[in-house]
Design a protein. Structure first.
Length: 133
């Protein structure tokens, strides 16, 4: 793992959260996009060298909708940048971690992504991210 890539925050209302985080950070979101396959709309904020991703469900069966129903709004995941997502997935699997998919998926912000089950990471959902070249 190279560095923390971003923190993901589940929100019920992306427009309201964008306004709040723009006021908080002093700058508007630099990117807004929808990932249809995951049923989510996202926005990204840059704070110094760090990024925040806000996530709003676009359908009631999406992982974000289920998260908010169960836990409410708040930190959803910690994402780590990796150089080779498939190699990192194999390494983590060999270490006994449970991955939520066998292959990386296309995620937001031009990334390949894979999630590590929170049962093996002290309740924290971990995302692996690799820039799509």
């Amino acid at each position: 793992m190279l560095q923390i890539e971003h923190l993901g925050i589940a929100v019920a209302d992306l427009a309201a959260a964008n306004a709040l985080f723009a006021r908080l950070s002093g700058a508007p979101a630099y990117k807004v996009e929808t990932v249809e396959s995951e049923g989510v709309s996202t926005s990204f904020f840059k704070v110094g060298p760090n990024k925040l991703e806000l996530l709003e469900a676009t359908r009631p069966d999406s992982p974000i909708a289920k998260f908010i129903d169960k836990r409410g709004e708040g930190i959803h995941h910690v994402a780590f940048e990796v150089a080779d997502i498939r190699a990192e997935m194999a390494r983590l699997k060999a270490e006994g971690f449970t991955l939520l998919s066998e292959e990386p998926k296309r995620g937001a912000d031009n990334k390949l992504v894979c999630f590590v089950h929170p049962k093996g990471t002290n309740g924290v959902l971990v995302e692996l991210c690799q820039e799509i070249r």
